[in-house]
Design a protein around this ligand. Structure first.
Ligand code: NAD
Ligand code: DAU
Length: 342
């Protein structure tokens, strides 16, 4: 493994992964291939471009464009593809599923075909705990559980997983999949709950908690997730999926309380609003399989949230311009007419 194509590398997790890999492996070259949608931003990688001018290269392109994907693989002698590229926000998938089907399903197919054409390149798919759907009782999802996605986003990601498995079984493509729980950390677009709530609170705006706020999530620190992906990429068994998360669960209201305490902001900012359509109440990952490879998260959910809050407090240069742009229109669409419950 020497020349890695990181698709979606200008997004939140992708940029953290690129930074982590270039720092850890001095002989690796990384080509980021990214369409630069609203969520992909070159400023997420500006320090990387400066620190690694010879081992980092950026290509603006769509993973649905087979010709450009193939040209990039050829030109940079790519031997490994790590696919982060996706439409990633559940609320946007409820408003407009189209781009999700295009990128997360068809785009995955284009990358798999390219990997096959170039002599079975090593392929790693970044997936999500949402493919297992809402988890009842005290069960925690294991990798062999049936996929039961419930939102257009989750269904598009589950379709991607099925295609990856099919290419392994049918063509012998050397693949792995990781299914991550909710990530928090630097450079997350402020549509996702933690950066949305931190930046709202810093502006003394209400925090719109969907429904009763008792939904359960596992908030993991993004660099812990990147370490897990790196481990699976190098030591994972081909054809296998691995869950990655802290293995803890907290309610959204507990997450909000930690966040407000770290900011020293009042609980009165919490505003319960009409719930998300089809909202999954609980995700829960069993992470024994990746632990058996020797991985342990360095942060608890609470530590991950507190560290993330501090990054947003210290990096207004990054998020303030974002909240001025396309974000304003999006915010109006999702929250403008939403019923306030309390
Ligand atoms: P993100 O929305 O921040 O970034 C997605 C990136 O993909 C952006 O840079 C965007 O420009 C790029 N992109 C979108 N469509 C593209 C296309 N057609 N061609 C090329 N590039 C395109 O997302 P993220 O939160 O960093 O998530 C990255 C991956 O991790 C996704 O596959 C997501 O499903 C998965 N995931 C995310 C989380 C999470 O909590 N954020 C958890 C588990 C898994
Ligand atoms: O679980 C992994 C997934 O985590 C990833 O696959 C997705 O890409 C990522 O977006 C994230 O999905 P969620 O829907 O869990 O994340 P989000 O930040 O949108 O919401 C987290 C929880 O907070 C969820 O229960 C909904 C709730 N929420 C969210 C928003 C945006 C609110 O209560 N209010 C909000 O305004």
């Amino acid at each position: 493994m020497k020349n890695i194509l990181v698709t979606g590398g200008a997004g939140f997790i992708g940029c953290n992964f690129v930074r982590y890999m270039l720092d850890k492996y001095p002989d690796y070259r990384i080509v980021v291939y990214d369409k630069l949608t609203y969520a992909g931003r070159l400023e997420n990688l500006q320090d990387v471009a400066q620190a690694h001018p010879h081992r980092y290269h950026f290509v603006q392109g769509d993973i649905c464009d087979a010709a450009q994907v193939e040209e990039t693989i050829r030109e940079h002698d790519i031997d490994t593809i790590v696919n982060f590229a996706a439409e990633s926000h559940v609320d946007r998938s409820i408003l407009e599923p189209d781009a999700f089907i295009r990128t997360d399903v068809y785009g995955t197919y284009v990358l798999l075909e390219a990997a096959r054409k170039f002599g079975n390149l090593r392929y790693h798919q970044i997936s999500t705990d949402e493919v297992y759907g809402h988890i009842e009782g005290d069960h925690s999802s294991v990798e062999t559980d049936n996929l039961a996605p419930r939102s257009p986003y989750a269904a598009s990601k589950a379709s991607g997983d099925h295609l990856v498995n099919a290419y392994h079984i049918t063509y012998g493509l050397p693949v792995t999949i990781t299914r991550g729980a909710n990530n928090v950390g630097p450079y997350q677009y402020p549509e996702k709950v933690v950066p949305l709530f931190v930046t709202n609170a810093l502006n003394d705006m209400p925090l719109p908690v969907y429904g009763d706020g008792q939904q359960m999530r596992d908030y993991q620190y993004v660099v812990d997730h990147c370490e897990g992906i790196d481990l699976v990429l190098h030591q994972g068994q081909l054809g296998e999926a691995y869950n990655i998360g802290t293995g803890q669960e907290i309610t959204n209201l507990e997450m909000v309380e930690i966040l407000l305490d770290e900011l020293e902001k009042p609980r009165s900012l919490i505003q319960h609003v009409e719930d998300r359509q089809g909202h999954d109440r609980r995700y829960s990952l069993n992470v024994d399989k990746i632990r058996a490879l020797g991985w342990e998260p360095a942060h608890t959910c609470e530590e991950a949230i507190r560290k993330t809050v501090r990054w947003y407090v210290e990096n207004r240069w990054w998020w303030e311009p974002i909240r001025q742009g396309e974000f304003q229109e999006y915010y109006q669409r999702v929250y403008g007419q939403r019923k306030i419950l309390s």
